[in-house]
Ligand binder design. Structure first.
Ligand code: ADP
Length: 398
């Protein structure tokens, strides 16, 4: 007898062998179903429930006798849109392939309460008949925590905007005062013309046109300000073109930028990237990056150039927005730290901005990173998935 066969004789019995000695297949299936922590629902080709394990009873709050033989759609009223027909029973009846399809679905408990489940489906053929096993895992608690985290981020982002406003107040007051002054001057000019009996239509029209234009300008500033400060609803996102996102932020910061000696370079791809985002939150990120860039260049003796670029990357299905400056750049040891809450190199700052920005971007399934560009200065890259038809718009709200 070789060493090899001698040692194989002493090998302990395999787990599989031991299990098979104790259970026939039916028993084994029954034991697995009874002890599985995941809900397992077996459905026949007509979409009727044929087996319902104890974990499924706990999850759905229904006992097996009440469910067996019933339409599976009663348990899963809102199937994920990825289901071919939106309804498992109908899919099965029509022979539509559902195995391997899965994801998050909404289920209904016996008391009517809705719960969030993760569902995976496996198809088994037994003596020419199709059966489907649905493996369900209750993710309601996870969803609640996600919702809470989004609500916290939303609140934090709002507080950050409020604090940003206190810095912008003086500039904005000036920004609004300018068109109002123009309105008053033109209104006075109209009055003077009217009182002098000079009803020259061309002169009157010019003054009134100016009044209308400047009043609209002041109104736009106030609307942008209100939108920026709005607490907003969580989960609200809208389709928006990147150049518009950028331009609105620059309009809000125009007073800050004026007189800083900063040259602004704007470049966008053609056609421009379209995003499905919470507009105000992404604008908050851009405003933060632009303000930081200007602050970094405040003491620069050389050229002060702020570059905002956007380009669609169809390969990765994302849009990259770059904000680059010609300031001193970021010390290599600080490159990751700058995204930590409360990290700051400014004496009067809280150091919250970039940490909030990164959370906002990540809640949009994107990324925010920093690097030093080869020509000097810092460059921030903000990547957000491009708007694609059917993408769900449940990103965090502001
Ligand atoms: P704060 O601006 O309040 O310090 P942030 O979180 O926005 O907070 O930024 C953290 C730190 O990152 C800043 O204190 C600064 O040291 C660094 N930083 C951010 N943007 C730039 C930039 N464009 N150039 C150089 N350093 C930067």
């Amino acid at each position: 007898m070789s060493d090899q066969s001698a040692s194989s004789e002493q090998l302990p019995e395999s787990t599989e062998g031991a299990v098979q000695r104790h259970f026939d297949r039916g028993q084994l299936n029954g034991t697995l179903l009874a002890h599985a922590t995941e809900g397992i629902v077996m459905v026949d080709a007509d979409g009727r429930v044929r087996s319902f394990n104890p974990a499924a009873e706990r999850i759905f709050g229904r006992t097996a006798p009440l469910v067996l033989g019933r339409e599976v759609g009663e348990l899963l009223p809102d199937l994920d849109p990825t289901w071919p027909d939106g309804h498992l029973g109908r899919c099965l009846a029509q022979g539509v392939k559902v195995a391997g399809v899965g994801g998050e679905v909404t289920a209904r408990r016996a008391d009517g309460a809705l719960l969030d489940l993760h569902l995976a489906v496996a198809e088994v053929e037994d003596e020419g008949r199709r059966h489907f096993f649905g493996f369900v895992h209750d993710i309601s608690q996870l969803k609640r925590l996600e919702h809470q985290a989004r609500a916290h981020l939303q609140e934090l982002a709002h507080l950050d905007r409020l604090s940003a406003l206190s810095d912008l107040t003086a500039g904005l007051a000036h920004e609004i005062a300018q068109p109002l002054t123009a309105v008053r001057t033109n209104a006075q000019a109209c009055l003077t013309l009217l009182r002098s009996g000079n009803l020259d239509p061309a002169a009157l029209e010019q003054a009134v046109t100016q009044i209308a234009r400047q009043a609209t300008h002041a109104g736009n500033i106030v609307s942008q300000l209100r939108a920026f400060l709005h607490r907003g609803e969580p989960g609200v996102s809208e389709a928006v073109a990147v150049p518009m996102l950028v331009d609105e932020v620059l309009a809000l910061l125009s007073h800050e930028l004026r007189g800083t000696g900063v040259t602004l370079v704007r470049e966008h791809c053609d056609p421009p990237c379209q995003l499905l985002v919470n507009r105000i939150q992404i604008q908050q990120v851009l405003a933060n990056l632009i303000k930081n860039a200007c602050e970094a260049m405040a003491d620069s003796a050389g050229e002060r150039r702020l570059e905002v670029r956007s380009l669609c990357d169809r390969g990765t299905g994302s849009c990259e927005i770059q904000v680059a400056d010609t300031g001193p750049g970021i010390a290599a040891t600080h490159l990751e730290q700058i995204f930590d809450p409360f990290f700051t190199t400014k004496p009067q700052s809280l150091g919250q901005g970039l940490s909030i920005c990164r959370s906002i971007v990540e809640s949009h399934s994107g990324s925010l990173s920093a690097e030093n560009s080869s020509t000097g200065g810092a460059m921030f890259r903000l990547r957000i998935p491009l708007e694609t038809p059917g993408r769900r718009s449940d990103v965090a709200g502001a």
